[in-house]
Ligand binder design. Structure first.
Ligand SMILES: Nc1nc2c(ncn2[C@@H]2O[C@H](COP(=O)(O)OP(=O)(O)OP(=O)(O)O)[C@@H](O)[C@H]2O)c(=O)[nH]1
Ligand SMILES: [Mg+2]
Length: 323
């Protein structure tokens, strides 16, 4: 990884020191332990020998990737691209083919990366996703991270549906040492957003992060509520929200990706965060997400604690899967 990328990260993210980047790499590697012990360890094993590449190797790879939650379509894409690459480079042994596979994996993850994030103030982040995906925990981690980099953060408790959702966010906020705008359970989520924008005007935070519900009463429509929240934001700040972060739980597999897709349109998702990577042996889900959601993965959640967050780096991720 280049020094430049290490130091400056992307967009609004404050500079990471070499030490912090190294620490995050360690966290990523640790969160992929189960995946490495499972299917990816087997894949690494398959591609370790000097044996010539065979059709069986490709069949085994296909089977393993599907087992790793990469998804059928992405698996076929990866296998075919790797085969092609091996042909183009005249790759003969399984050992050499491993680097071709890794290169294709990185390219799947990077396909939608590189979006420019404006550095405006306040930088408004709307966090969406199905219930239990890890939105509120991620918000705490992000708040903590921004604050550590010297940014002023304000949170908005926009999940007014679930009992104790506001209290959960407040508890996390206290730990991270950041203020929260809240109106409690049963309030109109759009009203919370409105109040938060007022507070932002007064307090001038660098970042405003808005929590949302993952599920609503049957008679209310979550997607409509998200759209309403987005409209309120846009009426006050035409360029905002600057980031609509879709949170996906890595342990929910293909079904989780399918559910997450419902948010793409109504919430105008810009980026993805994959949580609970530490809780699955099927880290291949990241490839399915990159292909299906078609947005850059920005963060991965590597545990339940406030520091268990890493910037997503496709090279680091793939290296860790094969380490
Ligand atoms: N192991 C692990 N657990 C996590 C991670 N992120 C979140 N969790 C756990 O997942 C559970 C749900 O997290 P929340 O942050 O409450 O999820 P949410 O999306 O806000 O849920 P709702 O508010 O109900 O929609 C909690 O028990 C968290 O501790 C992670 O990266 N790793
Ligand atoms: Mg929540």
């Amino acid at each position: 990884m280049s020094i430049f990328k290490r130091m400056f990260g992307r967009g609004q993210d404050a500079p990471r020191s070499e030490e912090e980047a190294a620490e995050e790499e360690r966290q990523v590697a640790q969160s992929l332990e189960k995946s490495r012990q499972g299917v990816f360890g087997r894949i690494a094993q398959m591609f370790r020998s000097d044996d010539p590449i065979s059709d069986e190797l490709w069949d085994e790879l296909e089977e393993a990737l599907i087992q790793a939650d990469v998804g059928l379509e992405t698996t076929l894409y990866l296998v075919n691209r790797t085969k092609d690459r091996c042909n183009r480079y005249g790759t003969k042994s399984a050992r050499e083919a491993r680097d071709m596979l890794k290169a294709e994996m990185i390219s799947v993850l990077q396909e939608h990366a590189g979006k420019h994030v404006p550095t405006v103030k306040p930088f408004v982040v709307l966090v969406v996703g199905v219930n239990g995906a890890g939105k509120t925990t991620l918000i705490a981690k992000l708040a903590n991270r921004y604050r550590r980099f010297g940014k002023q953060v304000l949170l908005a408790a926009g999940d007014t549906f679930r009992a104790a959702a506001t209290e959960q966010l407040e508890t996390w906020a206290e730990r991270a040492g950041v203020p929260v705008v809240a109106m409690g359970q049963g309030a109109d989520a759009a009203a919370v957003v409105y109040k938060a924008l007022d507070a932002a005007e007064e307090q001038q935070p660098d970042v405003l992060i808005i929590d949302t519900a993952g599920r609503l009463h049957a008679k209310f429509n979550l997607m409509q509520e998200l759209e309403k929240m987005k409209n309120i934001i846009q009426r006050r700040l035409p360029d905002a929200p600057h980031e609509v972060l879709l949170v996906i739980d890595a342990t929910t597999g293909q079904n989780g990706v399918l559910q997450a897709k419902a948010f793409l349109k109504s919430a105008a998702v810009t980026d993805v965060a994959v949580t609970k990577m530490d809780g699955t042996a099927k880290g291949g889900i990241a490839f399915a997400i990159a292909q299906d959601i078609q947005r850059p993965i920005r963060y991965i959640g590597t545990g339940e604690k406030i520091d268990d967050l890493a910037m997503f780096d496709s090279q680091v991720f793939v290296d860790a899967l094969f380490a």
